[in-house]
Design a protein around this ligand. Structure first.
Ligand code: G3I
Length: 306
């Protein structure tokens, strides 16, 4: 294939990007590259809790719907991001607790998954629920304080609302097999599978930089999760750096995914360097003018080798 999506499709994988919906209509360089290179899109912000339920019980799907219809017009699928998260909660939710918060969260999951029913390939049902560092514990948050079962409750609500969407748990710094956070997420997924809690996939955000490099055991991590009976997906890939060093690291990530049959696709977290959430740096596959970088060529070559 001569584009990322067609090359990935040769091994039955998708290649996706995060999309800032406002740029689709305001920036033709952006929308042209996005339509040409990718066959999966994730709303960078527009399907999050604060965007979709700005006031309790009042839902706003306008930007999310725009992305879904743009994706359909361009023959793409959509990853939904994210139904329940400690961050980017609407103001009304941030100070809620207990049963009221639990019910508000479950209602949010149900309403949003129902609205987009049938249009989402996979939902990040719960995002970033584990703590960083060596504890292996859940992250403290208002949602966690409603009870340790909040995650499985969210997954059950999502399954009931949209039975055909794959349901993912999504997190960062879970790439290195030896990290406590990786082990903790693994144990949760293992427990969910053992008890029949509906979970279909695990998303690895894969935000890499010099302090958090692509681990040499990445393939092991992805394979071990897949062996639990879930798909694995690289969901928010970006890698700080430039030139051949960055290109080699990108290649390593694609190689690790392609070596695992249940690694179903890769999404990069933005189109051009200038679109990245990172305040500085050049972490993506296209430069700010929309030119293909060495990292692009390396990813395309690796996809075509499979
Ligand atoms: O839209 C407002 C704008 O009106 C306002 O003038 C401006 C001033 O700050 O803020 C704009 O909103 C910002 C929004 O991005 C859109 O640009 C928010 O402040 C900013 O917080 C938000 O950042 C997003 C971040 O998640 C928030 O947590 C990034 O775009 C987005 O890339 C990032 O994505 C996360 C994933 O969801 C989860 N994993 C980590 C990843 C990177 O942080």
């Amino acid at each position: 294939g001569s584009t990322l999506d067609t090359a990935a499709a040769e091994s039955n994988r998708y290649f996706g990007t995060a999309i800032a919906v406002s740029r689709l209509s305001s920036d033709s360089t952006y929308s042209t590259i996005a339509a040409r290179e990718f066959n999966m899109v994730t709303a960078e912000n527009e399907m999050k809790m604060d965007a979709t339920e700005p006031n309790q019980g009042q839902f706003n799907y306008s930007s999310g719907d725009r992305l879904v219809s743009w994706a359909r017009q361009n023959g793409m699928q959509v990853r939904g991001h994210a139904l329940a998260w400690h961050s980017q909660q609407p103001g009304w939710m941030q100070n809620m607790s207990g049963t009221a918060l639990r019910n508000a969260m479950l209602n949010h999951v149900t309403q949003v998954a129902t609205h987009f029913k049938g249009q989402i390939y996979a939902w990040d049902v719960v995002n970033e629920a584990f703590a960083d560092g060596s504890s292996g514990a859940r992250r403290d948050s208002n949602l966690q304080r409603t009870g340790n079962d909040w995650i499985e409750a969210a997954f059950r609500a999502a399954r009931a609302a949209d039975p055909n969407a794959k349901l993912c748990y999504n997190d960062y710094n879970t790439d290195n097999w030896n990290h406590a956070k990786t082990q903790a997420v693994y144990n949760m997924v293992k427990d969910f599978k053992a008890r029949g809690v509906p979970i279909d996939c695990v998303g690895f955000q894969a935000h890499f930089n010099s302090g958090n490099p692509v681990p040499s055991n990445y393939h092991t991590t992805l394979q071990n999760f897949a062996d639990l009976g879930v798909d694995v997906q690289i969901t928010e890939l970006d890698i700080e750096g430039s030139g051949s060093s960055q290109a080699d690291q990108y290649k390593g990530v694609i190689q690790a995914c392609m070596a695992v049959s249940r690694c179903t696709g890769v999404t990069v977290w933005g189109v051009r360097d200038s679109d990245s959430w990172r305040a500085s740096g050049t972490p993506l596959l296209f430069d700010s003018y929309g030119n293909k970088k060495a990292a692009y060529t390396s990813v395309l070559g690796q996809l075509n080798s499979g």
